[in-house]
Design a protein around this ligand. Structure first.
Ligand code: NI
Length: 179
């Protein structure tokens, strides 16, 4: 168990397509998953993909805290889920904008269009299949982490770069708007 260094935007590992995992029960993959859990908890994030710890393998994890449930989302949140070799497909063609941050782009956030409803599948950390449908923040975090495995950062998905900025500045502007 260890807290790993997180790669930041500019490092080429974040632009690579992650290689599939042959055996989820391999010791190096089990150690990677344990270390990613420690790293995610330490960074206080909601999701992490292996390229963010400099490992270009198709492993991601995420959870949905109950506080992030939005209208159309999923009941009580989603517990920490490890997904190996995931696949994601949209359900329908609805697209929604929402704010995202990324541990690899610290201090910043941007407004990103995503599929509103998706289906995803993959293997859990024990090699058992997972298949779920997701909406709201749940769908957003899965698409964000899956993009990391495809070598894509959220900034590449943005269509309006005026909706990109430092967390503190955006919070200040929001406070001004609400006055
Ligand atoms: Ni990210």
């Amino acid at each position: 168990m260890a807290i790993l260094k997180i790669s930041r935007m500019g490092h080429p590992v974040l632009w690579q397509i992650a290689a599939p995992v042959a055996g989820p029960d391999a010791p190096d993959i089990q150690r990677l998953i344990a270390d990613m859990k420690d790293t995610l908890a330490d960074a206080e994030g909601v999701g992490l993909a292996a390229p963010q710890v400099y490992v270009s393998r198709a492993v991601m994890m995420f959870f949905v805290p109950p506080s992030r449930i939005e209208t159309g989302g999923d009941g009580d949140g989603v517990p920490l889920t490890v997904l190996i070799n995931p696949e994601v497909e949209p359900i329908g063609d609805e697209i929604v904008d929402g704010w995202e941050g990324c541990l690899s782009i610290p201090g910043l956030q941007g407004r990103v269009p995503r599929w509103a409803h998706i289906r995803y599948r993959g293997l859990d950390e024990n090699g058992r299949p997972i298949e779920r449908q997701a909406s709201g923040f749940h769908a957003r975090v899965v698409q964000h982490e899956y993009d990391h495995l495809m070598g894509v950062l959220y900034t590449e998905r943005m269509q309006d770069m005026t909706q990109f900025g430092f967390n503190e500045e955006l919070a200040r502007q929001e406070a001004v708007r609400l006055k």
